[in-house]
Design a protein around this ligand. Structure first.
Ligand code: HEM
Length: 480
């Protein structure tokens, strides 16, 4: 009897051990099927999503990287996510393992807004579609020739911007600053008015940017309207090219549908024009311009220096034109430093591994997500002297630039999925900044001091300021 009991309890214990073993195996296989990364201090489970790390995840992740190192593995709910926070690791991912990590993850939200992943930024790398669309984009909109061909549109719009600021100056209610032309120049009237959807006078804004113009043309074509002001360019535009390619899909090797075209145009339109909709307002150029003005306001000696240089070089010519930009070297340094200190796409766009591979000895499985904390890298005290201070001079004589070869400074990303709109974005910021510095002296509203400028940001794919910068403009006297 006793023997029987012993056998029974041994059998029960064995059964229990087998069940436990099975449960552990099932549980582990669930995790391993997504990531084969070895456990270690760098593996950080996070319940929920990036927002649960703190209000500004790029800042929280910088703190975590100081503790865990520049290659961290977050388990964001179901999704294994690797966060990269050093130039060496970024180079390993984006350059050495370029091909394995140039996919974009497809999330339901991205898919919804991009006609099932049909735009350039979100489509999968390996696909023939992405290659063709990117090639088409580079040829037809992002190339130097195309960017230059819309020079007049940009210059016209800068003129519209200047006029609207002058109008704000003269129409402003009298304040305690009444001896000067003064106006409370809000975000719209200073920087973003160049790009924003303007409730009162939409037309100049819609004409501001070439691709936005393409959209107007699309609307014009569809409605057959002859609305004044929406003049068609003689030159073939991007929409023409897309429509032509649609007819001639055999050459592309896939069928270019109306949804593809809409997705591409929508992305570009959003990148340039809209705020607070998809991707949290993707007005990258306007956000950069706004940060440049904010930093200059916080640093009066730099403001004076850059303005003196612009006025000195342009003299009483009346306007800064794109031909003049090459001479405005200090202004270029100001923009470089703005992009460093305010990397407005803090994690670049997310990437995903397309197959299993090894990085720094770690096994990374297919479909692991990668975020490159370009914001943290650009503020790393090991790489930059006084990284939190706005010092355009640091780029003087430096070989480091934002063009994707120097991984300590990658505001436009790097290599294969690097931003194709870099040139367009930069020239748009340069011409607008040069002109608003040339035409106006800028000050803060009465009783406000530099320390009062609110630098709080709202997290999104693109970082935006929580509150708009509010400035007073006074036309430069010799131009009045
Ligand atoms: C100052 C302005 C801009 C900044 C800071 C910026 C930044 C970025 C960044 C960081 C990426 C992701 C790169 C990566 O993942 O490695 C990106 C991608 C992209 N940008 Fe920009 N961008 C700017 C202006 C523009 C403009 C003006 C356009 C279009 C007219 C544009 C179109 C795109 C597109 C289509 C992609 C996706 C590329 C791909 O996935 O193949 N960007 N941008």
């Amino acid at each position: 009897m006793d023997d029987m009991l012993d056998y029974q309890s041994i059998a029960i214990m064995l059964l229990f051990a087998i069940i436990t073993l099975l449960l552990v195996m099932v549980f582990n296989s669930g995790l391993r099927s997504r990531s084969k990364l070895p456990p270690g201090p760098w593996r950080i489970p996070v319940i929920g999503n990036l927002h649960h790390l703190g209000e500004l995840p790029h800042r929280s992740l910088r703190c975590l990287a100081e503790k865990y190192g520049p290659l961290m593995h977050l388990q964001l709910g179901q999704i294994p996510t690797i966060v990269v926070s050093s130039p060496e690791v970024a180079s390993e991912i984006m350059k050495t393992h370029d091909l394995e990590f140039c996919n974009r993850p497809s999330t339901p939200v991205f898919k919804k807004f991009s006609y099932n992943g049909s735009d350039i930024a979100i489509s999968k790398y390996g696909e023939h579609y992405w290659r063709q669309m990117r090639r088409l984009g580079i040829l037809e909109i992002f190339s130097t020739k195309k960017v230059q061909s819309f020079r007049n549109v940009r210059e016209d719009e800068v003129h519209v911007l200047n006029q609207s600021i002058i109008r704000s100056c003269t129409q402003a209610p009298q304040t305690e600053h009444n001896e000067i032309y003064s106006a409370s120049v809000d975000e719209r009237a200073t920087t973003s008015c160049f790009f924003d959807i303007h409730e009162t006078t939409p037309e100049p804004i819609l004409k501001a940017i070439p691709v936005v113009l393409f959209l107007c043309i699309a609307v014009w074509r569809r409605t057959g309207s002859n609305e004044p002001g929406l003049s068609l360019d003689k030159e073939e535009d991007f929409l023409d090219v897309l429509l032509k390619s649609q007819k001639d899909s055999a050459n592309l090797g896939f069928s270019l549908t109306r949804d593809h075209i809409k997705a591409i145009l929508m992305l570009i339109y959003l990148v340039l024009a809209l705020r607070n909709i998809f991707l949290d307002g993707t007005d990258t150029s306007a956000a950069t311009l706004e940060r440049a003005m904010t930093e200059l306001m916080r640093c009066p000696s730099t403001m004076k220096k850059v303005q003196d240089k612009v006025l000195g070089i342009i003299g009483n010519k009346g306007n800064v034109e794109e031909n003049d930009l090459q001479q405005l070297q200090y202004l270029k340094l100001v923009i470089c430093e703005t992009l460093r200190l305010h990397c407005i796409v803090p994690f670049l766009l997310p990437r995903e591994s397309s197959k299993d591979c090894k990085v720094f000895g770690y096994d990374i499985s297919k479909n692991t997500r990668f975020l490159v904390n370009a914001w943290a890298i650009a503020r790393d005290p090991k790489l930059w002297e006084n990284p939190e201070v706005f010092m355009p001079g640091r780029f003087e004589g430096s070989t480091i630039n934002y063009k994707g070869q120097h991984f300590e400074f990658i505001p436009f990303g790097a290599i294969r999925r690097m931003c194709p709109g870099m040139q367009l974005g930069i020239v748009t910021v340069e011409i607008a900044l040069a002109n608003i510095l040339y035409h106006f002296n800028w000050g803060l509203p009465f009783r406000m001091c530099y320390e009062d400028i609110d630098m709080t940001e709202i997290f999104g794919v693109v970082l935006h300021k929580k509150s708009p910068v509010c400035l007073e403009a006074k036309p430069v006297s010799f131009l009045v």
